[in-house]
Design a protein around this ligand. Structure first.
Ligand code: MLT
Length: 242
């Protein structure tokens, strides 16, 4: 099979895309998918992305022992257990826990991609493991960037380009869409300065302005963990199918 690879730069473009039958990767490097990947690597048993803080509070009210985390405008939501800095989700905090998370863009994108055959969570932290799993699904692939309130964002496209670049090295028959080719060119031009690209992005500069600069370096760490989170139904857990 000639595998097609597409990159969708914003969830607002999803009405023009077809995800059925594909392996889809949701990307939100700053910071939702980085946070979720690190939490799953540290033993969180399940992570439920929801669309509003009110939904998170309601679920915690019903289910004792769960943690609620996330952000609005990059800052922790008052009354939540956790914000959206990946480094908060240490093993001592999340091991064995169920988590409900809501963020500005990432969790909205996850909900928008639920028609996919497979829905994986991607970040620089699990780049190599993600590619290995995607290759084994033997499906066409779509990388969906969460962007920032509908706008293109460099860090998500850069990661998508890194994935496209690796796929072109392991499979010489891939068919790339124009957006996949563009993402690959972005990565090839910046592959030696991933952290700087993230730090200088719009959202990177905003996070630094609210005192979260340390998140930027964390979110640029490549292959820190060897897990692939997968969303089945409305919950994310460790993918052990491959
Ligand atoms: C997002 O959903 O866009 C991000 O997670 C926002 C953030 O963490 O600052």
């Amino acid at each position: 099979m000639t595998r097609s690879i597409d990159v969708i730069f914003s969830p607002d473009l999803l009405p023009f895309a077809c995800l059925q039958g594909k392996s889809v990767v949701v990307i939100d490097i700053l910071r939702a998918t980085t946070t979720i990947t690190f939490a799953i690597a540290n033993g969180a048993t399940s992570i439920q992305p929801v669309l509003t803080p009110e939904q998170a509070f309601a679920i915690r009210q019903e289910q004792s022992g769960i943690l609620i985390g996330g952000e609005r405008h990059g800052k922790p939501v008052t009354g939540f257990n956790l914000g959206n800095s990946p480094s908060e989700y240490q093993r001592s905090v999340v091991f064995g826990k169920s988590i409900v998370i809501t963020t500005t863009n990432g969790t909205r994108t996850m909900h928008a991609c639920m028609s996919a055959d497979w829905l994986f969570i991607g970040s620089f932290l699990n780049l190599g493991s993600l590619i290995r799993v995607l290759d084994q699904t033997n499906n066409h692939v779509a990388f969906v960037c969460s962007g920032r309130e509908g706008q293109f964002c460099t860090e998500d496209a850069l990661f998508a380009g890194a994935c496209v670049n690796i796929f072109c090295q392991i499979d010489n028959e891939v068919c790339l869409t124009d957006s996949a080719k563009t993402a690959q060119l972005l990565f090839q031009a910046n592959h030696q300065r991933v952290f700087e690209s993230i730090r200088n992005s719009d959202h990177g500069r905003y996070l630094a302005s609210i005192g979260l600069e340390s998140d930027l370096e964390f979110c640029s760490l490549v292959d820190l963990v060897d897990v692939v989170p997968v969303m089945i139904g409305d919950c994310i857990s460790l993918c052990d199918a491959f």
